[in-house]
Design a protein around this ligand. Structure first.
Ligand code: FAD
Length: 296
């Protein structure tokens, strides 16, 4: 196995163009496991750790440009206000050691349906900045996941950053696991309220071949909130609306039975998480969100 160690982003793109089968390694918390278990024996490893800019982020007007290798621990520490859903999801990843190494670029690279960043990214809304020597393109997150552990990257492309919409309202992330830490999700749910556009977005993890949004649940809720004037009057969401949202979220799942849980349990748990996280975010919106909006 050859080890390529580019000193700059341009060198990394050139190396990937020359060796499209080279496997990028960032934190290595997925790649090294696969190599150790002999699941993968790449001809080339492309080490991205000398490229400092991949561990940096910029907070813009509308979005955060998050370098592909920014570790989860930095997101938790520095971007809690701008990216609350992703910060909560980061908290649930593995252990402090893994959170200091692993990042969103690696989670996207692996594209496991159980990756914790995905539901938060889907709910917040973001674009993946992919680059090759041929140029740069922004891939909408909805088009990024193409199959079980497959993504929309071309063989010569690398992820440079993720452009994540800054929170304009409350966000939540909920995960079911067999214990509190060091656990892969049995299933997970992310939700983001977007009062500016009066929309709610969702993300579901580990309950379908890819991370998905519960689109019918979103459409139902968006219409119900609009119809009832909920965004203005800040009324408590009725149990009937919350239940229907939960049922549609549960219906969006297409899970399998595996060692971590049954398909039936996953559908059930996603419904529960959808109802609970909607309640938490809406309470936050009623309490703080609307006061801030009114004051602006
Ligand atoms: C003990 C343990 C516990 C874990 N627990 C969790 C958990 O709770 N939740 C969770 O979501 N994950 C978990 N993981 C998996 C892993 O930590 C995450 O997926 C993490 O986000 C991977 O990031 P990384 O930088 O280490 O990626 P790496 O291992 O370096 O790379 C992962 C994949 O992404 C590709 N890649 C990396 N960077 C780029 C780039 N810039 N452009 C293109 N492709 C790239 C690699 O080629 C590889 O295919 C766990 C892993 C371990 C070992």
């Amino acid at each position: 196995m050859d080890f390529l160690r580019p000193a700059s982003w341009e060198e990394a793109l050139a190396a990937k163009a020359e060796h499209p089968t080279a496997v990028p390694i960032a934190g290595g918390t997925d790649v090294m496991v696969e190599i150790n278990f002999d699941h993968r024996r790449p001809e080339y490893l492309l080490d991205l750790n000398r490229i400092g800019e991949l561990s940096e982020w910029e907070v813009g007007q509308e979005s955060v440009r998050l370098g592909a290798s920014v570790p989860y621990s930095s997101i938790m520490e520095h971007l809690r206000a701008e990216l609350p859903g992703l910060a909560l999801a980061s908290h649930t990843v593995a252990s402090p050691q893994i959170r200091n190494r692993g990042g969103v670029g690696g989670n996207l690279g692996t594209a496991s349906p159980a990756g914790d960043a995905h539901p938060a990214l889907l709910a917040a809304d973001c674009e993946v900045e992919a680059e090759s020597v041929r140029g740069t393109r922004l891939i909408p997150i909805d088009a990024f996941y193409t199959g079980v552990k497959r993504n929309a990257l071309e063989p010569d492309e690398l992820i440079r950053a993720v452009h994540i919409r800054k929170a304009d309202g409350p966000q939540q992330y909920s995960k079911v696991g067999t214990r509190n830490a060091m656990v892969i999700a049995v299933c997970a749910f992310g939700i983001a309220l977007h009062p500016e556009t009066r929309t709610v977005r969702t993300g579901i993890g580990s309950a379908a071949p890819t991370p998905i949004r519960a689109k019918e649940a979103e459409e139902f809720l968006n219409a119900a909130l609009e119809e009832g004037g909920f965004w203005e009057n800040g009324k408590i969401i009725t149990p009937a609306i919350a239940q229907q949202f939960a049922a549609l979220a549960s219906g969006a799942c297409n899970p399998i039975d595996d060692v971590r849980g049954t398909a039936r349990y996953r559908r059930h748990a996603v419904g529960i998480m959808a109802r609970r996280t909607l309640g938490w975010t809406w309470e936050q919106y009623r309490g703080v969100g609307r006061t801030l909006e009114g004051a602006a």
